[in-house]
Design a protein around this ligand. Structure first.
Ligand code: AHR
Length: 494
């Protein structure tokens, strides 16, 4: 069969919200401490306590939005412990993640400084599970109140005169699990109550995000939309790509079989079905698509690296992770009518990270490169595509060998991202470019490798990195591209 993708360059299907390319950083393992925050007195070069090498790497991703402080940690976090002079801040135990001491040195001010340095919008997740309405309400007041008020005065005493702009606020995390083990009816009522006191002060207008479903818990989405849909701007969804079993063994990040490769791809593709089904329920209550689906935790989740703290969720990152990222981002682009934000878990040293650190060393991961290559889709117009490609067989089921996404940016440039999920076979694709378009100037970059477990290490940080893409030819309005096995390619047509 001829592999053919028709790109309808004059059929725009919506705008890809740049927040789909968002990130998530939790007080978990070495994500915040060591990975991001080293403190101003550290021997590791830093900018206001934030390590400069990590900051510089992350800046290249144009991170639109950063979620914090959790995750499960959010429902144990009491923000007042993390403000004021650092040496006086309360030391607590991070009971959920490894039982280590949390010294609260990275708190509200430090997070807002980080967002400022990254140019990212802050997305703060409040504590419903073990916190009070008053505590949540006062956090928003502390951050955003302009004028005289108890919390605004306290913020000023702590060195911040101006209120911050805070748009995104989550009311609890995983309230069906670590955030309180609630039933959807109970959480829906709590959501209604807590969100009432998440106030808009002055010109600050908060986009309120309700805690959403785990994977395929469609009842949760149904109940939340029915009981509280009118009081929310976004509803979250969490889905992780786990090749094995969450409890019995998720599978190794680096030592896996060919079958595990393909199963991982199949599981990553499941995101499409999940979004479609959750969005269909949302449509019943919100046909106008006012409420965004916020996939604020996604990514690969493997067994931790041998000899590391099981509570730290540290895993390596290979070309397989890069494919999961590319495939998933193509899916989000495709659903840009409903998916308004997504946050990969997690930025540094945890799960599917962008960056890995070890003391003063740092390397970026294959996943990082996918985010860097795909940033051209941020805020662009999504173009319609008809995709007809070979399949990969898995038992009596199959998955597409290639997934793709196309967009047009504000300069009129077209960007096409293509993932070849097959770990063995290359794919020759005919891209039929319909519409008023010239193929005079085509360029591209590709991320690939000849081995399934290729990764970057502190000693070999450039093992997996993008290179110019040259395997294409143009004939009239058709662009023929040869995508090697296990590759992520982004083309630009000017
Ligand atoms: O990202 C790791 C954890 O996964 C988060 O803390 C939690 O929300 C989810 O279960």
């Amino acid at each position: 069969m001829e592999n053919k993708i028709v790109v309808n360059s004059d059929v725009i299907q919506g705008t890809i919200n740049r927040n789909i390319y968002g990130h998530f950083a939790e007080h978990l393992g070495r994500c915040i401490y060591e990975g991001i925050w080293v403190g101003e007195d550290s021997a590791i070069p830093n900018t206001l306590g934030i390590r400069t090498d990590v900051l510089n790497a992350l800046r290249k991703l144009d991170i639109p939005v950063l979620r914090w402080p959790g995750g499960c940690f959010a429902d144990e976090y009491h923000w007042k412990d993390g403000i004021g002079p650092r040496e006086k801040r309360k030391r607590m135990v991070n009971t959920h993640w490894g039982g280590v001491i949390e010294n609260n040195h990275f708190g509200t001010h430090e997070f807002m400084v980080l967002c400022g340095l990254l140019g990212a919008e802050p997305y703060i997740c409040g504590n419903v599970g073990s916190g009070t309405v008053q505590e949540m309400s006062e956090w928003v007041e502390y951050l955003t109140f302009d004028g005289e008020s108890p919390m605004a005065d306290w913020r000023m005493e702590n060195g911040r005169e101006e209120p911050w702009k805070l748009k995104y606020f989550g009311v609890g995390n995983e309230s069906w699990g670590c955030g309180g083990n609630m039933r959807p009816e109970y959480y829906a009522d709590l959501y209604r109550r807590y969100q009432t006191y998440v106030r808009n002060y002055g010109k600050n207008k908060i986009y309120k995000i309700a805690g959403g479903a785990n994977v395929d818990d469609f009842t949760w989405t149904e109940v939340l939309m029915r009981e509280a849909g009118h009081l929310m701007d976004g509803l979250s969804l969490h889905y992780y790509t786990i090749p094995g079993d969450f409890w019995k063994g998720k599978g190794s990040a680096t030592d896996f079989t060919e079958d595990e490769w393909t199963i991982t791809m199949k599981k990553a593709l499941q995101m499409d079905e999940l979004i479609t089904k959750h969005a269909t329920i949302m449509d019943q209550y919100d046909a106008a698509k006012r409420v965004g689906l916020i996939v604020d935790e996604w990514g690969t989740w493997f067994d931790v690296e041998p000899d590391t703290n099981p509570g730290f969720l540290y895993q390596q990152n290979t070309i397989r992770d890069a494919l999961v990222a590319g495939v998933t981002l193509n899916i989000f682009n495709d659903h840009c009518d409903r998916v308004q934000m997504a946050n990969i878990a997690q930025t540094v040293n945890v799960l599917q990270a962008m960056v890995l650190t070890e003391k003063d060393k740092m390397t970026v991961t294959p996943t990082y490169h996918v985010f860097e290559m795909y940033k051209v889709h941020q805020g662009a117009k999504k173009l319609s595509m008809d995709i007809n490609v070979d399949s990969i067989k898995i038992g009596d089921q199959s998955i597409p060998q290639v997934t793709a996404s196309a967009s047009k940016d504000t300069d009129g440039k077209i960007h096409i991202s293509l993932c070849n999920l097959d770990h063995r076979k290359a794919s020759t694709i005919h891209l039929d470019m319909r519409g008023d378009i010239s193929l005079a100037e085509v360029s591209g970059r590709i991320l690939t490798s000849s081995s399934m477990d290729a990764r970057n290490t502190f000693d070999e940080p450039d093992n997996v990195k993008p290179i110019p893409f040259q395997h294409y030819s143009v004939a009239g309005h058709t662009l023929e591209v040869v995508l090697p096995a296990m590759s992520v390619t982004v083309l630009t047509i000017c």
